[in-house]
Design a protein around this ligand. Structure first.
Ligand code: GLN
Length: 484
């Protein structure tokens, strides 16, 4: 099947002219049409434009860039000129928001000739860990349709794992690339905060939001990161640090690499299959010549609680623009201004978005700011210092991605705290702003994928990619595909 090729493999064929961009695009479209009714990963199909673009690329016939002619899917928060973008929220869906401009990332991809196939499902405004809060309904896990694909980039992860595209774009505010990738068995990277531009990507929590790629192999991640990374004048939080040539880092050699294993990430209640797979992965690293070092990140236990103060606080401010005047659905015949705001916002937003606006507004209010928000910012600093100290001793840190494999659809619907605890291993890195990725490391007894998290120093994506690539080459977990 053509759509199951990696970017690297597809690029080789394009260069030799044994396949065309149009054929690759058609292969993805056929695959989406054949299997997506079981997944609900793609919520806006941009097929006509994609085919036109592919034909244009074929006409030029130049395939020097590894992404030229390669079809991809973007999470439904990336603005693309002329393409409906709704953040999977009724607030924007009912008015079909069509952005007049491109996000920096999709613009950079367009410039090298990558082909946008459409938009993937996400939790509403990316708030969630299961893609169940989407106004389009949940995305199903390609390995077991009774289970969630994870979230919030669940549509992107299921799309890559089910070969609907060659790569996808996601966002990771508190784990939303790494967790669904772990649940669906593909690869995903959350770059260092500031490495990729947030311009044109709908904001959830601005000091945490990071945009990044999902793909089938580490090499493909390196290719996409190369194309999207780097300073952007339109996003003042991007930083002008050199972007290395990432593929050069993929040597397969990790001899002498110091790998930390933090004791706080092996907790009571985690699934035995997850613990076993991650410990086996650590052994594999040792066999490849790395040294395993037991480390401690003592403030880990506060990370998720801290995240769930800072994130909703920023959410409460970012959601203010969806008032039906600047953006979003509006209502007819309000009785007065208050009635207008109450109805427009309470009818438009889903339960989880409203919960976060309430928590955030409370945490930022005059009487509680010091007790919650300021305190959370202090703990954030302690968590960042934990990593700084650890990275004096080690080059990368290994951990599980999630405490269990994918859960059943609806399992946490009435229990937001249980849903928040899904992020238990994923909140620290975002508070510290460091890069982290998820790579497949095994399967549970029920044949559900298990992910391995690899974290690195700020700006040092190259080393985590090198480590993950060496591991991937030695283990081949990534070759296993779901039956669809
Ligand atoms: N599960 C996390 C949350 O609900 C992560 C969301 C994200 O990274 N977008 O906030």
């Amino acid at each position: 099947m053509l759509s199951s090729l990696t970017i690297t493999e597809a690029h080789e064929r394009l260069k030799k002219h044994t396949v065309s961009a149009e054929e690759l695009t058609k292969a993805c479209i056929e695959r989406i049409e054949k299997v997506d009714h079981r997944l609900n990963a793609v919520i806006h199909r941009n097929f006509e434009r994609a085919l036109e673009q592919a034909k244009e690329v074929d006409r030029k016939g130049e395939f020097d860039h590894p992404l030229t002619g390669i079809p991809y899917l973007a999470k439904d928060v990336y603005c693309e000129a002329g393409v409906p973008t709704t953040a999977c929220s009724n607030v924007l869906r009912e008015k079909t928001y069509i952005p007049p401009f491109d996000s920096t990332t999709t613009r950079r991809l367009k410039a090298v000739g990558a082909i946008s196939l459409g938009k993937t499902n996400t939790d509403e405004f990316t708030m969630g860990a299961s893609t169940e809060t989407s106004c389009y309904g949940p995305t199903r896990n390609p390995w077991d349709s009774s289970r969630v694909a994870g979230g919030s980039s669940g549509g992107s992860a299921a799309g890559v794992a089910a070969d609907l595209c060659f790569f996808a774009l996601g966002t990771d505010t508190g784990g939303s690339i790494r967790q669904p990738v772990g649940f669906c068995s593909c690869v995903g990277l959350r770059p260092t905060y500031g490495r990729t531009s947030r311009f044109g990507v709908m904001s959830m929590a601005s000091s945490l939001d990071t945009i990044g790629p999902l793909a089938k192999t580490i090499e493909d991640i390196a290719i996409v990161l190369q194309a999207i990374a780097g300073k952007d004048d339109r996003d003042a939080t991007t930083v002008d640090v050199p972007v290395p040539y990432y593929r050069k880092a993929l040597t397969g050699d990790i001899d002498g690499l110091r790998v930390g294993l933090p004791k706080e990430y092996f907790i009571e209640g985690m699934a035995p299959d997850v613990e076993r797979s991650v410990r086996d992965a650590a052994k594999q690293f040792e066999e490849l010549g790395a040294t395993i070092v037991d480390i401690s990140l003592p403030h880990t236990k506060y990370a998720t609680a801290t995240y769930y103060i800072i994130c909703p606080s920023e959410v409460s401010s970012n959601m203010a623009r969806y008032d039906g005047i600047r953006y979003g659905r509006t209502i007819g015949k309000p009785q007065n201004l208050l009635d207008y705001y109450e109805r427009v916002r309470s009818e438009g937003f889903g339960v989880e978005v409203k919960r976060r606006i309430m928590i955030g507004t409370y945490a930022l209010s005059a009487g509680y700011f010091d007790a919650y928000y300021r305190q959370a910012q202090k703990v954030r600093t302690l968590i960042r210092r934990d990593f700084e100290a650890a990275f004096e001793e080690v080059d990368v840190i290994l951990s599980p991605v999630s405490p269990t494999p994918a859960f059943v659809v609806g399992a946490h619907t009435d229990d937001p705290i249980a849903m928040y605890l899904e992020d238990i291993f994923l909140s620290s890195q975002v508070l510290a702003g460091i890069p982290a990725l998820s790579v497949p490391c095994g399967f549970s007894k029920e044949n559900l994928p298990i992910g391995l998290q690899i974290m690195g120093k700020q700006w040092d994506e190259a080393t985590i990619l090198r480590a993950a690539h060496a591991y991937e080459q030695a283990t081949q977990w990534h070759r296993k595909k779901p039956m669809l």
